[in-house]
Design a protein around this ligand. Sequence first.
Ligand code: HEM
Length: 541
Amino acid sequence: MSIETQEMVPSLLISILVIPLLSLLVIGWRRTRVTAIHPSSTTQKRRVPPSAPTLPVIGNLHQLGTYPHKTLQTLSRRYGPFMLVHMGRAPALIVSSARLAGEVMKTHDIVFSDRPQGSTARRLLYDGKDVSLAPYGEYWRQMRSLCVLQLLNNKRVQSFRFVRQEELAQLVKRIGDASPTPVDISDAFATLTNSVVCRAALGRKYNEDEAIGRRFKNLLAEFVGLLGVFNVGDLIPSLGWINKLNGSDKKVERVAKEFDDFLEQVVEEHVSKLNKPYQQEERKYNNDDNNSTRNNNDSDGDGDSDKKDFVDVLLEFQRDNLAGFPLSKLSIKAIILDVFSGGTDTTYTVLEWAMTELLRHPKVMENLQKEVREVAKGRLNITDEDLDRLHYLKAVVKETLRLHPPLPLLVPRVATRDVTVDGYDLAAGTMVIINAWAIGRNPDSWGPDPDEFKPERFLGNPVDYNGQNFELIPFGAGRRGCPGIAFAMATDNFVLANLMLRFDWALPPGMRAEDLDMTQCTGLTIHRKVPLLAVATPHSS
Ligand code: HEM
């Protein structure tokens, strides 16, 4: 996800930037009104959302702190669910209620279908040639439909069932081998999701015992880390020189280049694999009068299109011109990059927080285990088919996504034209940030105990995370909503159900539920700062 504003201002940066600025600036607070939201408007009075007081040059950056989703929630309690903050010069509309999120992502979805073009994200994501950053328009439409219809549809997600099963088997072994010693479940989940995404996207995984595996893991971490850090020069152009001074421009260049080299190699390996059977098949095709049986989606010649990874699928589309538009190698690499940046950390974070909450709420864990074990009826595995019957599991996952949306501020949008929303006038180019974290904890939607982990609130409650119910929008909604929901949830539900079936779980000896450190990390996806340790005991049915 290209969200350069997520981490916003690391505290060190605050001290470097803000303290000298504060001493220089004597003008003091000012309330931002008409000019910030509509600089060109001098004659016509426009109604603008309330805004927190700003400082010259830095706007509200100094207020965002380590956890912008939390500070923005606090600010919205004072200034309202539709409020303006200033990221340096740029005004951003912060949305903190379900109703107003619906106004933005449903009523005016088409106006807010663009993304801000931060320079770091553009450099890392092939100048916006991916799906998540691509400006709203024909190119984005083509790439998105390729993703939705060919890579992330239900059939394709099902085709990776064997990958999930094999990776789960390795996870179960790792946990079982460690028993009764506490296992680093955070690391185990990260490894599993990374392997599932690697195998689905690239056809193989990169183990840490290989040099290339270690390089890939570090590179991915650097890549995601850079996407999560805001770029000073984008927000305060006059301070752009800081990026050169602190080496961040250089780092972005290096990571972009190394990731491109890696993907180039992956694509070339796939091309040579694809060409071999294609040449054989071509010969067969040319000699075969009855060629109507030729299957373009099955170029590996073994009749098994189920085993294709994403690069295979995209290269076939390119080779056979199936996309209906020229699909360049660069676009293919950009899509794969999106799958990694959008699909790994997010998916693992859900598992990590679900397990954390289950360990803090033993009664919920017990209810979940009861449901899973009743459905398994003595079998050693929960299958994909069983998942439909696990209503309590679904409630646990929804409750986890409500309290711990992996991307708490989603991915920002930008207004493509002037628009009036809920009576407020917004100018073209205004950035919109939906605070899904605050919306998930808003008592107007969730009653008097919104901070409590209570999966029961979802039983018999049709609210779902598919973008129709704006009180629960961890995947966003509308045209730019996440296309990877089925892929991510197939992994999360399957893994969680099976771990509940196979093991009984406890916190490490001497640790009480209330001692569990709930500190969040900073960055793009909000996972635990401290890895989660748990003791697993194999369950005998
Ligand atoms: C729990 C896991 C995930 C979460 C919480 C998540 C969340 C999100 C969010 C909040 C957005 C922005 C939505 C908006 O602007 O309305 C998004 C977009 C996107 N996600 Fe996900 N995502 C997850 C998994 C995945 C996976 C597994 C993939 C791919 C394999 C993926 C690919 C994408 C792409 C390509 C976009 C950009 C869509 C566009 O701009 O048109 N995501 N995701």
